[in-house]
Design a protein around this ligand. Structure first.
Ligand code: GTP
Length: 598
């Protein structure tokens, strides 16, 4: 029975504990990849990922391992992204596995993401194999880390595998343990096809390439497939496995992890978490856990150089080919000109997109402060969805404003429950329930405004629990809330791109803080710049940036021309990310000031 010899697993770890290095050693030891090709870590293939240390796109590699019992096993190593913005994708890729290697640094011990990832693995009923890595370090203390894993993660760690991925120690044992400890996939070859989509990437030749896990039945070239949640049908053009390059196969069967193409034109049609079945013999029920992922936060994106508008559109279109959760539509701003309103999963997603646009597509951008969607009911009975604070109708016309609410599930060691509740309360949270998962871990559920979650909840949660909390959230609807629009005026002129929506109770405080912050961000100009924060006609705070007097190069006495040029150069580069608003030059940072006030 071929299923008996398959093992599907992920590696999860806190950042820097050695996940990629262990993956590389595993690939090496199973001859999936030659040593000389190992210079670059294979699993994350985007530059930005490597620099940020986050895996954004998922990947699955097939490898073959000759075990001590004489059988050859097929392993599928599934890579997962590592940030709450992508937690849904992480959970879907874990759902494609039966087990997870939980890697913990022997010197650092259990840390934030160790816990968060362990929770996700437990949630998906995975068998966890604890791995204590970096035992070569002088400060390594595997015995203490074992105890810590038992106490904090709540799993037996006495027989944790001890490794030094750097030296290759313990990897042979690890491979055996994968065979012994991780269960073989269940499922029935004779049932109708059920396959989980856990990733999709766009390829200009083959169209969308789906990463799938077959849970029942089989799929082969020529099959007509149906996606159970959106009803779309396609004809399979290729199936295969990554090893680590694409290797076409005739079919993928129950237990297999591989890729599938079907001349699919865009990733929007094939959402992660959806279930593939055969159009002719469909399964009765889709796999559980599917969510239609939609943007949570919106920001205006404007080229610094107005002539680059067309380039920006093209670049966004290119990124969208590969990113089902990226949305955009044209918008104009009095202050910034022509641009786009872009929807993101969260702030990290926003950062990544901005960085890719600037780096890969060579664009200089101004981004406005992110906002959630508000639902606005007008006195005349109309309803509007407002994703741009500048577009909020006149308060006199507004009957009520509703804001999106989420149900937030926070899992945390019991000692940190106090700080978590304090934080949730401060962020306008409404307590729902609290339950013990085991002797050490508590699940706390709050209803919170999405706006509060998105802006700095995750970071505050991390710092108030030393990182030992995990967060997952789901939109649960809209609630009436006392929101007001805060306008920012420069020399008496409101700057639409600086407006934001804020809860009434925080408005005065925010107004004062933003004015203070803007004063430090807006550079001196040839004239005085008055900064005001206003709600309607009422000015709630003001401050002034004084005019400058001296030439910037003055202090250099004109003596050293190279230094002088350097300074001018630096100024010019900084200028690229400035936008003239009326007569005032406003730097990019000003538009983000709203995020940095607490
Ligand atoms: P992210 O990709 O940032 O999530 O990190 P990661 O968990 O994949 O860690 P990675 O494999 O990139 O390793 C982080 C650092 O630890 C690198 O500099 C590795 O060379 C080093 N490292 C990994 N394993 C070992 C080990 O066994 N011993 C020692 N001394 N260093 C190690």
């Amino acid at each position: 029975d071929r299923q008996k010899y398959i093992r599907n697993f992920s590696i999860v770890a806190h950042i820097d504990h050695g996940k990629s290095t262990i993956a590389d050693r595993i690939l090496e030891m199973t001859d999936t990849i030659a040593k000389r090709d190992m210079e670059n870590q294979v699993l994350d293939d985007m530059d930005i990922e490597r620099e940020r240390g986050i895996t954004i796109k998922l990947n699955a590699v097939e490898l073959h391992y000759q075990a001590h019992d004489g059988h050859t096993y097929t392993f599928h190593l599934i890579d997962t992204p590592g940030h709450v913005d992508f937690s849904y994708e992480v959970s879907r890729s874990l759902a494609a596995c039966e087990g997870a290697l939980l890697v913990v640094d022997a010197a650092q011990g259990v840390e934030a993401q160790t816990m968060a990832n362990a929770y996700l693995a437990v949630d998906n009923d995975l068998e966890i194999v604890p791995v204590i890595n970096k035992i070569d370090l002088p400060s390594a203390d595997p015995a203490a880390v074992k105890t810590q894993i038992e106490e904090m993660v709540g799993i037996d760690a006495q027989n944790a595998v001890l490794t030094s991925a750097k030296k290759g120690t313990g990897i042979a044992e690890l491979l055996e343990r994968i065979v012994q400890d991780i269960p073989a996939p269940q499922g029935d070859l004779h049932k109708p096809l059920k396959a989980l989509i856990f990733d999709s990437v766009y390829d200009s030749y083959r169209g969308v390439v789906l990463s799938i896990r077959v849970l029942d039945g089989q799929v082969k070239v020529g099959d007509r497939i149906e996606l159970m949640n959106n009803g779309k049908q396609f004809e399979v053009t290729e199936v295969g496995v990554m090893s680590p390059k694409a290797v076409p196969r005739e079919r993928l069967m129950v237990g297999d992890v591989g890729y599938l193409t079907a001349s699919i034109k865009n990733v929007q049609d094939t959402r992660v978490g959806d279930t593939i079945t055969l159009a002719a013999h469909p399964a009765q029920k889709a796999l559980p856990g599917y969510r239609q992922i939609t943007p949570m936060v919106y920001s205006g994106m404007y080229p610094v150089d107005n002539n680059k508008y067309g380039d920006l559109r093209e670049s966004l279109e290119k990124l969208q080919l590969n990113d089902a959760s990226l949305e955009f539509e044209p918008e104009t701003s009095q202050a910034l000109g022509f641009g786009f309103r872009v929807g993101f999963l969260g702030l990290l997603h926003m950062d990544v997109i901005q960085e890719r646009l600037e780096r890969e597509f060579n664009l200089d951008l101004i981004m406005t402060a992110p906002s959630v969607n508000y639902r606005v009911l007008l006195n005349d009975g109309q309803e509007k969805i407002i994703d741009n604070p500048a577009k909020l109708p006149d308060p006199a016309e507004i009957k009520e404003i509703q804001e999106p609410m989420v149900q937030a599930e926070i899992m945390v060691p019991k000692d940190y429950v106090g700080p978590v509740m304090e934080l949730a309360q401060r962020k306008r949270g409404q307590f729902d329930t609290m339950s013990y998962l085991d002797d050490y871990h508590v699940k706390v559920i709050y209803k919170l405004p999405l706006a509060e979650i998105i802006f700095d909840f995750f970071d505050s949660l991390k710092s108030s629990t030393h990182g030992y909390a995990s967060l997952d959230y789901n939109i649960v609807g809209y609630e009436v809330s006392k929101m007001v629009k805060m306008d920012i005026l420069l020399n008496g002129e409101p700057v639409d791109a600086l407006s934001f929506i804020v809860h009434q109770d925080f408005a005065y405080d925010r107004g004062r803080k933003i004015v203070r912050k803007l004063k430090t961000i807006i550079p001196r100009q040839q004239f005085e710049v008055a900064i005001q924060a206003a709600i309607g006609n009422k000015i709630v705070a003001r401050s002034t940036v004084k005019a400058y007097r001296k030439d910037v190069t003055g202090p250099l006495y004109g003596g050293d021309q190279t230094r002088k040029n350097k300074l001018l150069d630096k100024q010019k580069r900084g200028k690229k990310r400035m936008k003239d608003v009326g007569h005032v030059s406003v730097p990019q940072a000003a538009f983000m000031a709203v995020l940095q006030m607490d």
